[in-house]
Design a protein around this ligand. Structure first.
Ligand SMILES: [Fe+2]
Ligand SMILES: [Fe+2]
Length: 304
């Protein structure tokens, strides 16, 4: 699939391309020199961040196995951030074109540049800083939403909910990060991201959500919430990749020990708060009726 707005599959230029030097100097004038890419995997977030220290099968594995599992979990977080920032550049640029006032247009152009600096900074911590594809279901959903031409869907879903969600996500990543430089980079994103979110909230107050738009938003949010209801699947996948596939019963135990239900419940509550505002009562109600804010049990997580 060709994601025009998020640009997930567009290539990087060759290493020798002069554009890179111009880009580097443009970035340097904005945020200072970005350190060259690191080599080798590093553990930025430890087992506690993922609640893996509570999982018996993890603590019983060898130190080498534990390291590989943590490296996989770490890379997943960084790669997700890379694609979210890349998507942000295109989304904000699209909003420049859709802006209805001069100030709105100016803000979105600034925001697009914010996401450029975030992408450049995150990239320097990735083992492979030139990713051109992903099979992450959440990112595919994000990419689909970004293609829509309905401005209220864009603002409500991407800017109010996902930027709001991203803000909490980055705050949590910054808090638990063990690497001083990456921690500082993540903290530096927070002010920008909160401005992106606040603009969405402000613009949302001015639009009325039509019936058809409401239905679209409900479907998108139901899919997104389900990805949260199913618990920390990525962590379990990383465990299986290193220790071999687990039986159903073993998986249930792992989800239990990871505290999957309370893990999801916290996130679902945060999302419900972000979704709830005076114009969206009907949306929240419909999602409630579908049990979209209820976390899955460890048994349900296993079959998802
Ligand atoms: Fe960002
Ligand atoms: Fe953002």
């Amino acid at each position: 699939m060709n994601y025009k707005i998020t640009g997930f599959d567009i290539p990087h230029t060759s290493k020798e391309d002069k554009l890179r030097r111009i880009l580097d100097s443009a970035l340097e004038s904005k945020i200072g020199k970005i350190k060259p890419s690191i080599t080798g995997n590093l553990i930025y977030w430890n087992a506690e961040h993922f609640d893996l220290h509570k999982v018996e099968i993890f603590t019983a594995s060898t130190p080498e196995e534990q390291t590989i599992i943590l490296e996989l979990c770490n890379q997943t977080l960084l790669e997700e951030a890379y694609f979210i920032e890349k998507a942000g550049i295109g989304y904000m640029a699209k909003m420049v074109m859709l802006a209805e006032t001069t100030e709105e247009r100016m803000l979105y152009a600034l925001f697009s540049a914010d996401e450029v600096t975030h992408l450049a900074q995150i990239s320097s911590f990735l083992t492979n800083p030139e990713l051109v594809s992903t099979n992450n279901a959440f990112l595919h959903l994000l990419a689909d939403v970004a293609e829509t031409s309905d401005k209220s869907v864009l603002i409500f879903v991407l800017q109010v909910i996902l930027e709001g969600w991203g803000l909490t996500h980055y705050r949590n990543l910054a808090k638990n990060c063990q690497h001083t430089e990456l921690k500082a980079v993540l903290q530096s994103f927070l002010e920008d991201e909160s401005r992106h979110h606040a603009t969405g909230v402000r613009l949302c107050e001015q639009i009325s959500i039509e019936h058809q738009t409401q239905k679209t938003i409900i479907e998108i949010l139901a899919s997104f919430l389900q990805m949260v209801q199913v618990g920390p699947q990525g962590v379990v996948t990383a465990v299986e990749q290193v220790l071999g596939s687990l039986s159903r019963q073993q998986k249930i135990t792992v989800f239990q020990q990871l505290g999957a239900e309370s893990h999801s419940s916290t996130r679902l509550n945060l999302l419900r708060n972000l979704i709830t505002n005076p114009q969206t009562t009907a949306i929240v109600q419909e999602l409630e009726e579908r049990n979209a804010f209820t976390p899955f049990s460890p048994q349900q997580c296993t079959t998802s």
